[in-house]
Design a protein. Structure first.
Length: 184
C-alpha cells in the first residue's frame, strides 16, 4: 500500500503544510516525513488522526489506488457489438463484480435467437424505446422509464418491439469479475 504518497498528495492539494499536520496531530515533522515517503507505517489510530487533520475519511487513506474512483469518459468507453452487429454495448464502468453497460437495440433486434443464461444478477432501466423481455414463464413489454431485474442464471431473452432504437441501462453483478461480454 502507498498510504504515504496518498497523504502527501492530499496534503499538497489542500495546501496544508507538514507543520500544520503535526500541529493538528501532535506528531513530529520527522515522523510525518517518514510516513509520506513510506519509510514507516503508522498505526490505525495515527492514520485516523492524520485523516482528521486532512479532513478525509480514514477509509479513503486505506484504499488501494485500483479501488478508488474510476472515471470512464464517454469517448473512452469500450464498445462491443453482437456477432450479427445488431446489439451495441457500451461498457460504462465496473467495480467489485458490478458492471454497468448501455445496450442499444435497433427495431426488431434481439439479445439472441434463443433465451440464454449466464452468471450474475441484472437490473435494467429502459431509457428509450419499447422492449419485450421474457424469462421462464414470465414476460413483459416495457417502455421508457420502466425497469426490471432478474437472476441471469435462468434463461432470458430481450427484443426491441418498438419502431425506434431501444436504449437500456443495465447493471450486472457477478461473484467473480468476468471479462466484458455481451449480455442482456
Amino acid at each position: 500500500m502507498d498510504i504515504g504518497s496518498t497523504i502527501r498528495t492530499i496534503r499538497k492539494r489542500k495546501n496544508i503544510t507538514i507543520a500544520q499536520i503535526c500541529e493538528a496531530t501532535g506528531l513530529s515533522q520527522g515522523f510525518m516525513s517518514q510516513v509520506e515517503t513510506n519509510k514507516t507505517s503508522p498505526s490505525i489510530a495515527t492514520l485516523d488522526q492524520i485523516a482528521a487533520a486532512l479532513n478525509v475519511p480514514l477509509a479513503f487513506l486505506l484504499l488501494r489506488k485500483e479501488d478508488r474512483m474510476n472515471v470512464v469518459r464517454k469517448e473512452e468507453r469500450q464498445v462491443t457489438t453482437s456477432s450479427s452487429g445488431a446489439m451495441k454495448v457500451s461498457h460504462l464502468s465496473s467495480v467489485g463484480g458490478i458492471r454497468m453497460s448501455l445496450i442499444e437495440l435497433p427495431p426488431g433486434a434481439a439479445s439472441g435467437s434463443e433465451p440464454h443464461a449466464h452468471e450474475g444478477k441484472e437490473v435494467h432501466v429502459v431509457l428509450k424505446g419499447t422492449i419485450y423481455v421474457e424469462q421462464g414463464e414470465d414476460s413483459a413489454t416495457l417502455h421508457e422509464g420502466d425497469s426490471f431485474s432478474w437472476h441471469a442464471c435462468v434463461p432470458h431473452f430481450a427484443k426491441n418491439v418498438g419502431e425506434e432504437t431501444a436504449v437500456v441501462l443495465i447493471s450486472i453483478y457477478t461473484e467473480t469479475d468476468t471479462d466484458l461480454e455481451l449480455s442482456f
